[in-house]
Design a protein around this ligand. Sequence first.
Ligand code: NAD
Length: 257
Amino acid sequence: MSITGKTALITGSNSGIGLGIAEELAKSGANVILNSYTDSDDDHALAERISKETGTTARYISADLSKGDQSRALVEKAGHVDILINNAGIQHVAPIDEFPVEKWDMIIAIMLSSVFHTTAAALPMMRKAGWGRVINISSAHGLTASPYKSAYVSAKHGVVGMTKVVALETAKEPITANAICPGYVLTPLVESQIPDTAKKYDMTEEEVTQKVILERQPSKEFATTEQLGGVAAFLCSDAAAQITGTTISVDGGWTAL
Ligand code: NAD
């Protein structure tokens, strides 16, 4: 079965990995719904551009996924969801004993609780349609840890656990749930960490990229948003119908170390 005409909701998709996945799924024929917490002309223009380029329908729906009711309302406003990509995310880096409580709450709300809410709201739609795909964007940090990222690592491990539960609850249905675990991808989320790290270690930004950021990625290359889009499209294909409850690493060998 192709994904032509299916509706894919991609959270946090006005930038980075979410946008890359939306573009790739639209190229494969899916109608896509973009989302972030803003509601600007640029956000809606992104959807228009994707529609024009692919001949599919693309819409933008604003929702702040730090709020449970808005997470559920996003799915309701979408009207129907065949493919749910839980991607929205933020980062904050600090030692655990100095980690601001409001940052902890925000990261867990956006990256873990919203996945619960959107999945709970979308599964009945998938069941009614008799087909569905839940794809959660976890991280190499959903399988391994780094210091100073307590909230991020906790949320990403939590998402891997939730993915397994959803897979078991839907195992006898034509619905799958999987998590993609990227290593480093050069997106605004990562780029924004480079200047501070350069200052902290008294390095150039290029040195930070090679020696700090890509230090754990044996390929010494960033994964790309196009590659992640391709993996998401594969998980929507018939070839992946029996792949459920698992993680797919796209990390240049990080988790093989
Ligand atoms: P990004 O900053 O480019 O994108 C994050 C997206 O989430 C943006 O669209 C942003 O607007 C949205 N978002 C943030 N807060 C939101 C909120 N409250 N409500 C709705 N949307 C919100 O970052 P990215 O690198 O593309 O990250 C996307 C996902 O991939 C995240 O879950 C991130 O943890 C994960 N990831 C990224 C990398 C990487 O190296 N870039 C690696 C592993 C996993």
